[in-house]
Design a protein around this ligand. Sequence first.
Ligand code: WTA
Length: 658
Amino acid sequence: MATIDLAPGDVIADIPAVKHAAIDSMSAYQSLVDEADRDHEAFWARLARDHLTWHRPFSRVLDETNAPFYRWFDDGLLNASYNCLDRNLVNGNADKTAIIFESDDGLVTTVTYRALYHRVCRVANALRNLGVGKGDRVVIYLPMSIEGVVAMQACARIGAPHSVVFGGFSAKALHERMVDVGACAVITADEQVRGGKTLPLKSIVDEALSFGGTDGVRSVIVYRRTGGDVAWNAQRDLWLDEIERAAPDTCEPEWVDAEHPLFILYTSGSTGTPKGVQHSTAGYLLWASLTMRWTFDIKPDDIYWCTADIGWITGHSYICYGPCAVGATQVIFEGVPTYPNAARFWDMIQRHEVSIFYTAPTAIRSLMKCADTEDAVHPCNFDLTSLRLLGTVGEPINPSAWKWFATEVGHNRCPVLDTFWQTETGGHMIAPLPGAAPLVPGSCTLPLPGIAAAIVDESGHDVPSGQSGVLVIKRPWPSMLRTVWRNPERFRKGYFPEELGGKLYLAGDGAIRDARTGYFTITGRVDDVLNVSGHRMGTMEIESALTANPLVAEAAVVGKPDETIGEAIVAFVVLKDVMPKTSADAKAIANELRAWVGREIGPIAKPREIRFGEHMPKTRSGKVVRRLLRSIAKGEAILQDLSTVENPGVLKQFSHPA
Ligand code: WTA
């Protein structure tokens, strides 16, 4: 398969491939795929030697003896921050701009690789002074900032795995993660500023620590963002700028083995509490940097901008690590796409001359809506000729949003790269290569070289092309998660289920392959994980939050397809007390429960709709009939056979949101 054989009638986008790309043709792609097929280990070993700088080279490539707990390059020694910073000081990038930071209110600060290196060294030294050492976990609860990258890189420099918690999570959610990860220090800010509003991060940290069980947290380091008032505990709290100033500006990196955990990042699963996805140092960094070259075709003059938050995996791989490892210049943005108006992204692309722009389908869909209704915020008012590549991540992108992005933002000159991947995969898995594959709107096209993606049925057998099934990865790859923090069984059972033979990595998404082109289309999660505005939410987490409320007896949460945000959260609730009598009562209780979920998890988890009923519709064996609830949420007529439902009468009560 040296070319993609598209038949007449296939919707292929008429966007020329970029010239001189790292992988510049289908045959170049195919020869890498063949190289990986011929000798998987030799392929990855070559890349790891070429793209990472080792303090001590590895001699072993892949250790499968304890599968699925794979180990890659495990006798090699390296340091991630050395690869991201020191390397740039000796290869001519020292005075190159590493970060162009734009604050919520439009203030721009830049930092060179040399300056970034010294800041990271100072903070690393300061952390060491505070007794943080190799293997100790540091929780980072920071807004989008240069400091966010500095904090993460400083942890990497001393071998202390970081665990970044998204600034939108509540004190409860932060507490849960601090306890699970066993944090010894927290790095936060006085306040966060987004869309003109402030959020008191330091006081949320104080509240989280007041819940107890966090005695291990000896230091709370505070970045002075706004200068707003904060409560102060002199035994524990320190200002980042003060400890930074006092520390030396060079710092010997901690050389760690390739498998040393670089970070633990919590994400939602279909069951239980969020899981701490543990990533390695070498394998992870290899893929974060290599995909910067392969997928984003990063070149020395590019101005790259990824709009994700460092609280999510995209901000780890494609802000903190990938771009620095390849010496890129990147934009980091503190605010939101709609402030001061919905042209903020286009205005920033124009001002900073962004050439590679990576964002979420949700943002595209909502900005597209705004542009439709308000001419002034339409991208056509801005000079976007600096753009050469566009990318999307986090959720399926519908062909109409894809085309709008390609046409109105990219002027049909810039390939749109729909990148499929997950927190667990560390980096892109299935994604178009801008110099090679023809693009098809709505398809993430083909697996990257070395990634053995396939589609199987419930028993793990390949399904024929054109038939849907579940997405699996058949061979280990270096940037895969290593385990679930402190829960190896959950890792094994959840990702390598026995039903599929115990050897296939189960992504949790449904997929289908085009019979002729082999192109993949991701059809969405097949488990109880929702994708709300590109954010992963477990239905069980929201249900547990609801049932923790004293008013609630039972709760079931489902997703309802939404044009803009992908999926909206709909909660079915049975109260302990009688049903609300009036619709005003129902609305008041619904609002109270929504606020409650906001406090338990964070505003992103608040149900859009709450529907009340006297009982939960269940099968005779007591299982909540979720399929039925999904239909009700969508407003569909119930055509299913209800004979197995214990109490079908209750369905009518649930038919309207409060
Ligand atoms: C979904 C984000 C379709 C998918 C990097 C996956 C996508 C989950 C795409 C992971 C895409 C991500 N097309 N669906 N291009 N990218 N997803 O862990 O359901 O926050 O399993 O990682 O997002 O979300 P996570």
